[in-house]
Design a protein around this ligand. Sequence first.
Ligand SMILES: C[S@@+](CC[C@H](N)C(=O)[O-])C[C@H]1O[C@@H](n2cnc3c(N)ncnc32)[C@H](O)[C@@H]1O
Length: 266
Amino acid sequence: MTIDFNTLWTTHLRQHAYPRLDPAIDRAFWEGYALEYDRQAGSAARCLASVSRLLHPDDTLLDIGAGTGRFALPLARQARMVTALDHSPAMLAILDQQAKRQGVTNIRLLQADWPHVTVEPHDVTLAAWSLYRQLDLAKALQRMVQATRRLLIIIDSVASDPPHRPLIERYCGSWHETQWPNHLVMAGVLWQQGLLAEVQIVDETCTVAGPSPEAVAQQLVGIDTPRRIVAALAYELRPWLMRQGEHWVYSFSQPVGMVIWQAKTD
Ligand SMILES: C[S@@+](CC[C@H](N)C(=O)[O-])C[C@H]1O[C@@H](n2cnc3c(N)ncnc32)[C@H](O)[C@@H]1O
């Protein structure tokens, strides 16, 4: 039997009837969540360090789904020029503010819905947790390859099993995060295009912080979770929480997949 990775991915997205496949719905989601995302997303320090090791000072970088600039902003200090592409004006507005505040001037913002845009080739192309709406992943990746002169880097989830998962399952009935090794599907789709990518696992440290244990627990569940469940979860989380000044902090390690494809240079 031949596995068609692209069909596998499309079927998976359709089966989960993911509403944010619709660009307008996804943009509306980020409109309401951009500030919170920027506050909560954490630095992804180890993934950032891995990308940063691959970047040359003279490189141009295309960051697809750049969001509020978690990668684009620090990497702009290392690269010659960064194009931060995102379809959400709300996310780009925060990126823009932060670039100005930090005095970063070599970032160009590009509001566009990948892959429905033409972008000139860049030395390095990056997509970090931003391919979740690509029904036709093969096309999205093919366009990324076309936009890449030297290196294509994809960062995405590995089926996740953090320490708090049994608590969420007990209190909320199910585990909401992906059970799919997205990174392997991405590498598989590239492989079916005749492109051999390297797959790495980065052991990332995730941190969730808030002014109270309940605020930390709230960030681990959906916003419509009843308060009594959030309170019970907060109580169970206490042994793992650390006090840092005014904040309660929960840290856990999370494997993250990195797919790296290098263009052939003659
Ligand atoms: C989970 S955030 C990740 C942001 C950033 N890469 C990071 O790691 O913090 C996903 C981002 O991808 C953007 N996005 C999703 N699909 C997109 C598409 N087809 N074209 C452009 N941006 C997209 C969203 O607007 C959002 O800003």
